[in-house]
Design a binder for this molecule. Structure first.
Ligand code: NI
Length: 182
């Protein structure tokens, strides 16, 4: 296994559309997933997408630590999930604002509108079909990671760039997003 180098905003791999994985059960994908897992554990993030490690394939990893759950229905703690070829479908029209950071945009955070509830599906690296309903932080991290597969970084989703701040300043001068309804 190996800790992989993270691509940062400006690298073209983060702007491209990643390719479908023909067979997520091949050893190359298992190795990529294991390396991405090791990288994520080393850096300590909530999620990682393959383009962020310079691999333009549709593979994402994410987890929901207990302290990040919002208390919303369908927002439960989740162990690290590896998903190939994920597809997202919003459930309802509701969106909410919440803070996001990204390993490819270090040092910053921004308030991003996301679907409140989604259904997502994809394949595990064992070829099993995964389908879940998610809300709150769980829904947010999945939308963030899947955006990477289409070359989208979270600032592109922001509707108010005044809410793009350095982490240190954000801690010094907290911004209340209110109800957070976008
Ligand atoms: Ni990211």
């Amino acid at each position: 296994m190996a800790i992989l180098k993270i691509a940062r905003m400006g690298h073209p791999v983060l702007r491209g559309v990643a390719a479908e994985i023909a067979d997520p059960t091949v050893p190359e994908i298992a190795r990529l997933a294991a390396d991405m897992r090791e990288t994520l554990v080393d850096i300590g993030g909530a999620g990682l997408a393959a383009p962020q490690v310079h691999v333009p394939l549709r593979l994402v990893l994410f987890q929901v630590p207990p302290e990040r759950t919002t208390g919303a229905e369908d927002d439960l703690p989740l162990d690290l999930t590896v998903l190939a070829n994920p597809v997202i479908e919003p459930l309802g029209e509701a969106r909410e604002l919440g803070w996001e950071g990204c390993l490819s945009v270090p040092g910053l955070r921004g308030a991003v509108p996301r679907w409140t509830r989604i259904r997502y599906r994809g394949l595990s690296v064992r070829g099993e079909r995964i389908e879940r309903i998610a809300a709150g932080f769980h829904a947010r991290v999945v939308q963030h990671e899947c955006d990477h597969l289409d070359g989208i970084l979270y600032p592109q989703r922001m509707t108010d760039l005044r809410l793009l701040v350095f982490n240190e300043e954000g801690m010094r001068y907290p911004i209340d997003l209110g109800a957070g309804v976008a």
